[in-house]
Design a protein around this ligand. Structure first.
Ligand code: BGC
Ligand code: ZN
Length: 367
């Protein structure tokens, strides 16, 4: 079967390759689930892996099959699988457990190990291929009514984790009634974070560089949030006008914004950081002021990466609610479908050059 792979460490090495089709017997415990891949989303991570910024091949291989945002349909299950059955629509989690105590209790997204295993990213093959096999622990059912947007499950899970972490932390307040949130970044993660916060009843301001109107700002306004360009207002000005923000989520990938966010965050507020910034940028910050604000305001900042199945399950619920509350909204940011694995060059081109793309995804197969 076909697969899209890179040679890790070699920039621009993306290529189509031929690999053996897996089977449920590949997992000897009888707990194998064979999934036919239908659609796979791609994002900055895939771009960075192809630029050889990170990513490692599985042991014994010289290539890595990429793709970590999967959506598919169960084709066959081993004799000891009860959780899913052929025909079910599913998404797979990305990280696989290492050895820390967090890995052992299913919270592999919280691993303290130095080495982490992520399908399509590090040491494990991904989903830009025709079939994959995994254990049911890592496979999450997607309601049939969500199959047109099932490819959003993985990015949604990342957002759910960040927001759940914020609420968990805020239990320290005994009574926390967040009213205003700011989301920094208006692409897939920013849009999904805005959605999840709107579903929780918060007033949301979304900030990104581009001046409105454009598709992303329309989408934000359609679910009752406010879009502000950072070219029109600084974060500090936006906070004066629309804040203070009890919850902030930074997902722009521009790390200097983190420090401005720390400054404007409301007293008792929580700032969630989800951008994976691989660069070496440095910046001068008003350290005393930020520190003082944090101390006197009892503020918290938390980093959040990846997501375990709990957050995929929560994601499926919120995506379902979104389809009821804002029918058709999710589909509108599935902007750039790519037909077939063989069009991987077009996929890369859209990912790197198409400024108007929100979600680029590959339609690998029809049901
Ligand atoms: C993925 C996460 C992953 C992270 C770091 C992101 O693109 O969505 O699941 O943990 O990259 O590798
Ligand atoms: Zn990703």
């Amino acid at each position: 079967m076909k697969a899209v792979a890179v040679f890790p460490g070699k920039a621009g090495s993306i290529h189509l390759t031929e690999v053996q089709k897996p089977s449920v017997q590949d997992i000897p415990s009888g707990r194998g689930v064979l999934v036919k891949v239908l659609r796979v989303g791609v994002d900055g991570t895939d771009k960075e892996i192809n630029a050889a910024e990170y990513g490692q091949a599985p042991p014994g291989a010289d290539f890595l099959i990429i793709g970590h945002e999967s959506f598919g349909q169960v084709e066959a299950v081993g004799p000891k699988v009860t959780e899913v059955k052929p025909g079910d629509y599913v998404a797979a989690t990305v990280r696989r457990p290492g050895s820390s105590i967090y890995d052992q209790i299913g919270t592999y997204d919280m691993t303290t190990d130095d080495t982490y295993f992520e399908r399509g990213i590090n040491l494990r093959h991904g989903f830009l291929t025709e079939y994959y096999v995994d254990e049911p622990e890592y496979i999450v059912r997607v309601p049939e009514g969500l199959k047109h947007v099932g490819v959003l499950m993985e990015p949604t899970s990342v957002v759910e984790k960040g927001i759940v972490q914020a609420y968990e932390i805020q239990r320290r307040m005994r009574v926390w009634q967040p009213r205003r949130a700011a989301v920094l970044g208006a692409s897939t993660l920013g849009l999904l974070a805005t959605l999840v916060l709107r579903l929780r009843g918060l007033e949301v301001v979304v900030m990104a560089r581009t001046r409105p109107p454009f598709l992303n700002s329309h989408l934000i306004e359609q679910i009752g949030a406010r879009y502000v360009s950072t070219q029109d207002l600084t974060l500090t000005q936006a906070s004066d006008q629309f804040g203070p923000f009890d919850l902030m989520l930074e997902g722009t990938g521009f790390s200097p914004l983190v420090f401005e966010a720390m400054e404007v965050l409301a007293k008792n507020g929580v700032l969630v950081l989800v951008s994976v910034t691989g660069g070496n940028r440095t910046v001068d910050v008003p350290a005393d002021k930020i520190n003082l604000g944090f101390v006197l305001g009892n503020k918290v900042a938390v980093g959040s990466v990846n997501a375990n199945r709990e957050y995929f399950e929560l994601g499926a619920k919120d995506l379902s609610q979104a389809e009821l509350q804002y029918p058709g909204w999710l589909s509108k940011f599935l902007t750039h479908p790519v037909k077939g694995l063989e069009n991987y060059q077009e996929m890369m081109r859209l990912l790197t050059e198409e400024k108007n793309a929100i979600k680029v995804f590959v339609t690998v197969a029809k049901e």
